[in-house]
Write a protein that binds this ligand. Structure first.
Ligand SMILES: C[S@@+](CC[C@H](N)C(=O)[O-])C[C@H]1O[C@@H](n2cnc3c(N)ncnc32)[C@H](O)[C@@H]1O
Length: 238
């Protein structure tokens, strides 16, 4: 029996990244997210589960779709990883926000393996099984419980081999550490606001199982990475 009750999920809060933004705030905030992903292993969580899901052979072409790709730092890191290993990887980076996509395009200019598409993750413009795998990072918590199952269903629909959703763990320790990390390593006020709020908006494992059931997506596996304050939801694969 836990000593403290579970933190309730904060509903209907607006993160500043989802509001209208100046381009300098946006650039700085996406830079902060990228730095925090790097320092705290956010990209590693996605990559490690993705690699297990795909089990690619050298030279075999692979297409991955990233929903809510933000500043594209996860696509860029995946491409760097694939280049080093001789994997022929294409990434379709999808985001609903055209301002964010513009920044991402600039940041990823040296990576022609990545193409950018403005679309809603709740209605992906891709045929069923059109990509090998779908990923998303720090995006599920942006959706309220009425919409989140649709994101899972869309990721399952478009991916032949499976999907990986990576998001924050909701809890007091994660909240305190993200609050501190955003004071130490984030330069923009938006990141300091959105980081701790993202923890409070994140879904617990139990809630994600319920979302996946509502989405008709099963089986899923949930792997917690408490030291990295993340959990990964993996659908498909073995
Ligand atoms: C916190 S950022 C995460 C960026 C990146 N995935 C990462 O981990 O660094 C969340 C991104 O999801 C995007 N997003 C939120 N809801 C979305 C939706 N329904 N469809 C597509 N993109 C969405 C936002 O525009 C934002 O760029």
């Amino acid at each position: 029996m836990p000593l403290l009750p579970e933190l309730p999920r904060v509903q209907d809060a607006v993160e500043l990244l989802d509001a209208p933004l100046s381009s300098s705030d946006l650039e700085e905030s996406l830079g902060d997210i990228s730095r925090l992903n790097r320092y705290f292993g956010g990209s590693w969580v996605t990559r490690s589960h993705l690699v297990r899901l795909l089990r690619t052979r050298r030279g075999e072409p692979v297409t991955v779709l990233d929903v809510g790709s933000g500043g594209a730092d996860i696509p860029v890191r995946l491409v760097c990883w694939a280049r080093r290993r001789g994997v022929s990887l294409r990434v379709i980076a999808v985001d609903r926000n055209c301002q964010i996509l513009e920044v991402a395009r600039r940041r990823a200019a040296a990576y022609p393996e990545i193409c950018f598409v403005q679309a809603d993750g709740l209605q992906l413009p891709v045929r069923a099984g059109g990509v090998d795998a779908a990923i998303s990072s720090l995006t599920l918590h942006h959706l309220e419980p009425d919409a989140a199952p649709t994101l899972l269903a869309e990721m399952a629909r478009v991916s032949r081999r499976g999907f990986v959703v990576n998001d924050l763990i909701r809890g007091r320790v994660a909240y305190a550490l993200v609050w501190l990390a955003t004071r130490l390593f984030a330069w923009n006020r938006m990141s300091r606001h959105d980081g701790p709020l993202s923890v409070l908006r994140a879904y617990t494992s139990r809630e994600i199982v319920a979302l996946a059931e509502r989405a008709g997506v099963s089986p899923i596996r949930i792997r917690r990475h408490p030291l990295l304050l993340r959990l990964a939801v993996v659908g498909g694969g073995r």
